[in-house]
Design a protein around this ligand. Sequence first.
Ligand code: 8YV
Length: 323
Amino acid sequence: MADFEVLLPSRLPDLVIEGLSRVLTIHKLWEAADPRAMIDKVGDRVQGLATSYASGRIDGAMMSRFPNLKIVAHYGVGYDIIDAAWAGAHGIIVTNTPDVLSDEVADLAMGLLLATVREIPQADTFLRAGHWHQGNFPLTATLRERRMGIFGLGRIGKAIAKRAAAFDLDLAYCARKKHEDAPYAYYPNVLDLAQACDILMVIAPATQETHHAVNTQVLQALGTNGILINVARGSLVDTDALIEALEAKTILAAGLDVFEDEPNVPQALIDCPQCVLLPHVGSASQYTRDAMSRLQVDNMVSFAQGRGPVTPVAETPWPPNAA
Ligand code: 8YV
């Protein structure tokens, strides 16, 4: 199988590099002194790309540089960096790493919600700064008697809902279509969802339709007691509108794990006392990243060995005529 050649545009975990190179030939683009020259040299032979969020846009122009490309195996559940529709139209399979990270991201989402409502990082900073000697930490907002709207009821959204139900939160959701198996109130659009809730949990995929879906109007609808949590992609929230809403106290607080231009975070958010900010760590435990690594390798190796991909995305079904 060593004649199946795979290019890695950006660094991947050692587990992925070891797993792939055990059976396939790999090319590490990020180590090349001249990446363009490496692509010119091996481009014709490359049948697989192993990508991650750090790989940058994998669009038609990029994929066209590999005329024999058959599979793009992605590390992560969100594959918005890849033009999967273009891949599908050109007979290229795209795979992601679903399910293995759902519980981890859902745990983090609830942790971020609690941290934001109860100001846990701020209380930690207060103690370390010695302020406790001068008096107690100010009383905070509460999770009690709240209604949470989940924007995106996919696998992670459902895992969040399960946890939120255990916290006695009343639940509602917005998704492209109603899920008959979900016992929560359904709203077909995010504005109506925000109107009906005081927590908005964003966990929908980044698409053209969801770009800046959380805008000034939605934040206004969430209200002055409103909490925004985003564990999806920065592009779903209009950052300028969010900063304005936080500064004008149109909403109460925000917990963000993702940003529009990572790792650049606007200074206005860093300076905002009602924000809890995390460096995109939703799935970032060793346990879960190892599971994602194994699934990425399984997808590539299974495909290279003629057994088909394990977790192809919706735009590139397997077998190809199963659409
Ligand atoms: C990425 C993520 O996997 O899975 C996703 O969609 O957002 C992350 O957990 C991470 O950025 C590593 O590429």
